[in-house]
Design a protein around this ligand. Structure first.
Ligand code: NAD
Length: 496
């Protein structure tokens, strides 16, 4: 189905499915039948329900995943056959892409263009990337004396627990599920309460593609209940998480309190965007600066939420950013005339409003936006908001808003720009604009972040790793390196 308004309208008229649990290739209710209402951020009405599973439901899924792993039904399958199943899964996701994207947009408010490209299509591309890697990675032989054969094999770790957030659940879910499954593991997924419906459809398609029962399971429910149960489960060997720092800290505790499972964390960011007067194209830089924070309402982990502009061009550049910000059309995410949809939930809207009010109290200059939108719709909409003259100590500079709020100020020297870039506890991503290639290399080396983007925003794809330093996390999603998170290396030393 093509991305047309008529097709979108047909799909949105369908009743949304319930978000059940997927265990052993069957969609089932929580054992006690408990449910959580699913509220659509488009208009604040109830869209569906989600299984409110218990710790016992989660433990059952982990036991099933362990049994599937030990049986060798997937972990022992020939790599070329594993590849074939994963490729079929990617094809099925693509075939159902619009249906999945519309369901996802109704659940988390992402505008349909982005929901289509950034969710099912991106997930399919990621699954294909790791599928293709399955039969192309070799083991190693280490240099030893002639009477010894020393081998290094890559082995799957066993059971991978994956906990994902509500922004881009399919893209981020695929970043974890695909390399973990490609490496031969079983997976237990804990979707977000705010974006489970499209995730469950994608999980169901894996079974249709031929993934054996028990290899991929998904359990819904409240993070504090089923997320904790997954974190504490003794059958889980690796926990892969994307979400907030507070929950990330808890996962480290769960690991310490249980079997010391490896914990990979992709956490928040407060990414800097440094614009020098010699940027190759200031208009383009201004447009991408606005896109980098207002796309998907700023609910993007790598959103460049802190802007620092060389003083000689500050006023001119900020005017361009304000103009670009006003070009965003915020409203119903399923209307193709809108560029931007709703914030994911009521708490997120309230967080944005509080951040804007606090910034005003602390002396930030309002340059545009600042207001809730479309309140009478019942949905969660907010204007793209630009704040100028911010300072290091301000709340809006130090804390992730995860909303459409840009905090800007001027800088005078390269050293000052670097100080600004590194002024928070985060280190996920960064952007810098300059035509001076030496400066680009010099500064890239000094910025403490997992990714540096030069003269572009979000140019990266699945071939390139995404991970944070400092309190933005550890390990990386994407790229072939991500498979190593879900593998152990086994040394075999043979006396000949
Ligand atoms: P969140 O931390 O509130 O929730 C993430 C997941 O953790 C959800 O599935 C939730 O149910 C679960 N959870 C909640 N409490 C739990 C607990 N006690 N134990 C175990 N699991 C629990 O995050 P969110 O609000 O869904 O997502 C927004 C956050 O995610 C932001 O901080 C954003 O920066 C971050 N994020 C990071 C990246 C990245 O790649 N670094 C990408 C996207 C989002």
């Amino acid at each position: 189905m093509d991305l047309t308004q008529a097709n979108i309208d047909t799909l949105r008229a369908r009743a949304a499915p319930k978000g059940l649990n997927f265990i052993n290739n069957a969609m089932i209710l929580a054992e006690d039948g408990a449910e959580i209402p699913v509220i659509s951020p488009i208009d604040g009405t109830q869209l569906s329900t989600l299984a409110a599973s218990s710790a016992a439901d989660m433990d059952r899924a982990c036991a099933v995943a362990r049994a599937a792993f030990e049986s060798g039904v997937w972990s022992g399958m020939a790599p070329t056959d594993r590849k074939r199943v994963l490729l079929r899964w990617a094809d099925l996701i693509e075939q159902h892409a619009l249906e999945i994207a519309v369901l996802g947009a109704r659940d988390n408010g992402t505008d349909i263009r982005m929901a289509f490209k950034g969710e099912p299509m991106s997930a399919a591309a990621t699954i294909r990337f790791y599928a293709e890697a399955v039969d192309k990675r070799n083991g190693e032989i280490t240099p030893t004396k002639k009477d010894v054969l020393s081998l290094i094999h890559k082995e799957p770790v066993g059971v991978v627990g994956a906990i994902i957030p509500w922004n881009f659940p399919l893209m981020i879910g695929a970043w974890k599920m695909a390399p973990a499954l490609a490496a031969g593991n079983s997976v237990v997924l804990k979707p977000s309460e705010d974006a489970a419906l499209s995730t469950m459809r994608v999980v169901e398609l894996a079974a249709e593609a031929g993934l054996p029962a028990g290899v991929l399971n998904a359990v819904n429910g409240r993070g504090a209940v089923v997320g904790e149960a997954l974190g504490l489960n003794m059958e889980v060997d690796v926990l892969a998480f994307t979400g907030s720092g507070n929950v990330g800290r808890r996962l480290l505790e769960y690991s310490a309190r249980s079997n010391m499972k490896r914990v990979y964390l992709e956490l928040g960011g407060k990414s800097p965007n440094l614009v020098f007067a010699d940027a190759p194209n200031l208009e383009q830089a201004a447009k991408e600066t606005a896109a980098s924070i207002f796309r998907n309402n700023g609910q993007v982990c790598v959103a460049a939420s802190r802007l620092a502009v060389e003083r000689s061009i500050y006023d001119e550049f900020m005017q361009m950013v304000v103009d670009a910000s006003r070009s965003f059309a915020v409203g119903d995410p399923l209307d193709l005339s809108h560029t931007t949809g709703a914030l994911a939930n009521a708490a997120q809207l309230s967080k944005v409003k509080t951040a804007v009010a606090t910034a005003a109290d602390e002396g930030a200059a309002p340059l545009c936006g600042g207001q809730q939108l479309l309140e009478s719709s019942g949905g969660y909409y907010h204007e793209p908001t630009v704040l100028g003259d911010v300072r290091t100590g301000m709340d809006v500079v130090q804390n992730e808003v995860f909303g459409p709020v840009l905090a800007a100020r001027a800088f005078d020297t390269e050293d000052e720009a670097i100080e600004i870039a590194n002024e928070t506890v985060y280190g996920l991503s960064s952007v810098l604009w300059s035509r001076d290639i030496s400066r680009a290399h010099r500064l890239s080396a000094r910025i403490k972040s997992g990714t540096v983007q030069v003269n572009c925003f979000s140019g990266a794809d699945v071939t390139s790793p995404l991970g944070g330093v400092k309190q933005s996390g550890n390990g990386s999603d994407r790229s072939l390196h991500a498979m190593e998170k879900y593998e152990n290396i086994k040394a075999t030393w043979i006396q000949l």
